[in-house]
Design a protein around this ligand. Structure first.
Ligand SMILES: Cc1cc2nc3c(=O)[nH]c(=O)nc-3n(C[C@H](O)[C@H](O)[C@H](O)COP(=O)(O)OP(=O)(O)OC[C@H]3O[C@@H](n4cnc5c(N)ncnc54)[C@H](O)[C@@H]3O)c2cc1C
Ligand SMILES: O=C1O[C@H](CO)C(O)=C1O
Length: 527
């Protein structure tokens, strides 16, 4: 198709590729790879466009391919064949959206073990960017991958697993679309489950006081931080057989509440920025009340029992910019204290204002030493806690952005020392209007980098200052918050694993067929 315009879900970036394809068969896809090579065109692969950045933008001379029509469930390995009823491996075509997969699994009495905030993504896009949920007992969502198939620039299918080709598997587990086209994925799924969640309001200072224990109290834990209210929402959930029950009604879940919220944000962004803290406080009080309910006898808490998808997904509200970094959980108190200081000082100087919530989440990205991989998928993580992941693999992807932390010793409980903290600075675009993000994001990133943090690959990070030459820097400054990228620090931050990824990439794709979005790849040190 010609004249196709592709844009991100948040309408933050768009591109006009020379040609756009949605192949219906794997043979068509292979033919497309050969045709693009013969034509000397680049081939960018895009999923649902939910990455907030320009990571999947194709140049005007390039071709863009999307796998929405390659979305079948290929096979389900019956529990008996796997000699267990605790999990089932399911092979799918990689264009399947997570919501389609959720439905197909539910039909078979199965479910994904963990999810991120939404289910719009394609499974390939989710894997390729290091998407995560929020649990101390689960890794990034790619932990559920048992094997995957990559269509290479040569037009060959390569099915890789931790045993068949460990290096290529670790590269393909977070490949940013730059290695080839993921065509199939086998996922380790478990019997469908419901979750019982309890949502409490906790004072910011109390959260910091309980930091070392709160993250491991339930299988799924997430925090939304409202800095101007000095409060957080603490959401904790576990698998449950209790009867289903709905969560409490939501102020911004209604058309009126939601529109009012967006209108107030618009006013604060465009007319009177100093009103932002009051807007955030008002919305917080409508949505959640104004008192701490955590550890408060007699306080009414918000409980629900929902299917895993409804419970784990959430309402992400409006179109947005998102800048999220992974840092060591053990440094969380210091990091949040520093960010809190930034936010309040900026507001008192009328320098910039942030939007709420700042999402604060967790994963267990630690992996066992290579010679210590358990024979059984019932991992140490699970044995310790009685809950958590049945991993499809125990690999750390070469481009894993979570800092390295220790794997828990056998028999020892998981602690903050084994965990990754994700801090997600979302800035809404009320009615399509861009808020100022540059100064906030630069200061936020300086704190994250100070603690060895690295940005989530899919998001709107800027990157360390000073990485560009004067001409490019001048160009960049024309757009507030534009990405500088991490090319200047890639070697330092990704070390040997990063170099290995680049070598594998160059070998598989010497003519850079899959580096259509060349600018993004260059800015970030991948080529
Ligand atoms: C509202 C919202 C909520 C989100 N929630 C979370 C969250 O909870 N946790 C989290 O970590 N992230 C979250 N994200 C980010 C999102 O999960 C990732 O950006 C994900 O990559 C989006 O998948 P996609 O299918 O839209 O991929 P796209 O954004 O279209 O593409 C992403 C990357 O995947 C590559 N790719 C796509 N398909 C293939 C393929 N078949 N083969 C090889 N490469 C491919 C692309 O080339 C590109 O590099 C959220 C984003 C939004 C907008
Ligand atoms: O990128 C993301 O957007 C939402 C926040 O609104 C979320 O959870 C992400 O991750």
């Amino acid at each position: 198709m010609e004249n196709h315009i592709h844009s991100t879900w948040a309408r933050t970036f768009e591109c006009r590729p020379r040609l756009f394809y949605q192949p219906k068969t794997m043979d068509d896809l292979v033919e497309l790879v050969h045709s693009a090579r013969s034509a000397g065109a680049s081939l960018t692969v895009v999923g649902s466009g939910h990455s907030p950045s320009d990571i999947a933008m194709a140049p005007t001379t390039g071709w863009l391919v999307n796998l929405d029509r390659l979305c079948a469930v290929v096979s389900t390995f019956p529990a008996t064949a796997q000699k267990t009823t605790e999990y089932s491996d399911v092979r799918v075509e990689a264009g399947i959206r997570v919501y389609q997969l959720n439905a197909a699994l539910a039909f078979r009495g199965l479910a994904l073990q963990n999810l991120g905030s939404i289910s719009e993504q394609s499974i390939a896009g989710l894997i390729s960017t290091g998407t995560h949920g929020s649990s101390s007992f689960h890794g990034p969502l790619a932990q559920q991958v048992v094997d995957l198939t990559l269509l290479t620039a040569a037009g060959d299918f390569r099915t890789v697993s931790p045993t068949t080709d460990p290096d290529l598997f670790k590269a393909a587990l977070l490949s940013l679309g730059k290695l080839g086209i993921i065509t199939h994925v086998t996922l380790r799924t478990i019997p469908a489950f419901n979750i019982h969640s309890v949502q409490e309001i906790i004072d910011f200072d109390r959260l910091l006081a309980d930091w070392r224990t709160v993250w491991t109290t339930k299988e799924y834990v997430r925090v939304w931080w409202f800095p101007y209210s000095r409060k957080c929402v603490l959401w904790r959930a576990e698998k449950s057989t209790l009867p289903l029950s709905n969560p409490r009604s939501s102020f911004y879940g209604t058309w009126l509440g939601r529109t009012l919220y967006e209108a107030m944000l618009w006013f604060a962004v465009n007319i009177f920025p100093p009103s932002m803290p009051a807007v955030e406080r008002f919305v917080f009080s409508r949505q959640y009340g104004s008192t701490q309910t955590y550890d408060t006898p007699g306080a009414s808490v918000d409980e629900a029992v929902q299917g895993s998808v409804e419970g784990l997904n959430m309402d992400c509200l409006f179109k947005q910019y998102v800048n999220e970094w992974a840092v060591p959980m053990r440094d969380g108190v210091e990091i949040l204290t520093q960010v809190d200081k930034l936010v309040s000082e900026a507001a008192s100087k009328h320098d910039y204002y942030v939007h709420a919530p700042i999402e604060v989440r967790v994963s267990n990205c630690s992996v066992p030493p290579e010679n210590d991989i358990p024979d059984s998928p019932f991992a140490i993580i699970r044995a310790n806690s009685g809950i958590g992941a049945i991993p499809g693999n125990y690999c750390r992807s070469l481009l894993e952005y979570a800092p390295r932390v220790d794997y828990p010793s056998p028999g020892e409980p998981i602690t903050v020392d084994n965990l990754t903290l994700y801090i997600n600075a979302t800035m809404y675009r009320p009615f399509g209007r861009d808020p100022p993000i540059g100064k906030w994001y630069s200061e936020f990133e300086a704190v994250m980098a100070q603690y060895g943090g690295r940005p989530h690959w899919a998001k709107n990070f800027i990157g360390p200052a000073g990485a560009l030459n004067a001409k490019d820097e001048a160009k960049r400054k024309k757009k507030d918050g534009q990405m500088v990228g991490i090319a200047g620090v890639f070697a330092e931050w990704y070390g040997e694993d990063g170099q290995k990824f680049k070598k594998i990439r160059e070998k598989l794709d010497p003519d850079m067929l899959f580096v259509g979005g060349r600018e993004w790849a260059e800015r970030n040190g991948l080529i």
